[in-house]
Design a protein around this ligand. Structure first.
Ligand code: 13P
Length: 267
């Protein structure tokens, strides 16, 4: 693993995206199980993103001073209004939510969450003190036709259009190749790192040298047995975990893989 300097702003981050899994009552047990395992874990940021209907139960179970932060899986950009079925930033804040996943490929595919909408949501999110986790990633056919770089370039540019440069410390990017999500087909560490490196260069172009400090997570079939190799890549700052985050033991093992091994590496 590349030696990272003290006070590196790229502190590792592992987030669990529960997707449409776990009722509110199931949520309590899973949160308790995760907390029990991660209580003593340091030098890493940890997030769980349950469904909206489980946020209250998760918030209550976590209490105020937990090591686990709460995230939502999407939000609407407006503060309130006639948007049936939607949830706004202030509504999320009331449940202690600190992060919000935006532009996940499942929402891009099934719910028309376009790059333009992601941009509006990301700007709104930081306005409500929510940290956006902006997802990008190519499909299998885009990769096979050699378009990965162009797709990522366009997603990053359009999804971050107008994002306030003074808020980039709040921003997190997740690279999730669509072909690796829920398929068991994981990107090789080199394939993932190459795209992360490209994204980092784009972020510097967009935001200047500080853009290099924005954390970039890998997502797509991250499991305990592939996490060590992925997390040791120099441009991978953590993971956005789907299926394996529903199993407290597996989630903990992935967290351990992402954690810096020297206590002094990250404060
Ligand atoms: P899996 O880890 O289940 O492949 O899901 C990845 C994902 O979509 C996380 O947002």
């Amino acid at each position: 693993m590349t030696r990272k300097t003290k006070l590196n702003p790229r502190r590792p981050l592992v987030a669990g995206n529960w997707k449409m899994h776990r009722t509110a009552s199931d949520t309590r047990a899973l949160i308790q199980d995760i907390v029990k395992r991660v209580e003593r874990v340091a030098n890493i940021d940890l997030v769980v993103c349950p469904p909206f209907t489980s946020l209250a139960a998760a918030h209550e179970t976590l209490g105020r001073h937990s090591i686990l932060a709460l995230g939502a899986q999407t939000m609407h950009q407006a503060k309130e209004g006639a948007f049936t079925g939607e949830i706004s930033g202030p509504m999320l804040r009331e449940f202690g939510v600190r992060y919000v996943i935006l532009g996940h490929s499942e929402r891009r595919q099934y719910d028309n969450e376009t790059n333009e909408k992601v941009a509006a949501k990301a700007i709104a999110a930081v306005g409500y003190h929510l940290r956006p986790i902006v997802c990008v990633g190519e499909t299998l056919s885009q990769r096979e036709s050699g378009d990965t770089e162009a797709v990522i370039d366009s997603q990053i540019h359009t999804s971050l259009a107008g994002f306030p440069p003074e808020q980039i410390e709040e921003l997190v990017i997740a690279y999730e190749p669509v072909w690796a999500i829920g398929t068991g087909k994981v990107a090789t560490p080199k394939q993932a790192n190459d795209v992360h490196h490209q994204i980092r260069k784009l972020l510097v172009k967009l935001f200047g040298p500080k853009g290099a400090d924005i954390r970039i997570l890998y997502g797509g079939s991250v499991k305990p047995d592939n996490a060590v190799d992925l997390m040791s890549q120099p441009d991978i700052d953590g993971a956005l975990v789907g299926g394996a985050s529903l199993d407290a033991r597996a989630f903990f093992d992935i967290i351990e893989a992402a954690r810096p091994k020297r206590a002094t590496d990250h404060d």
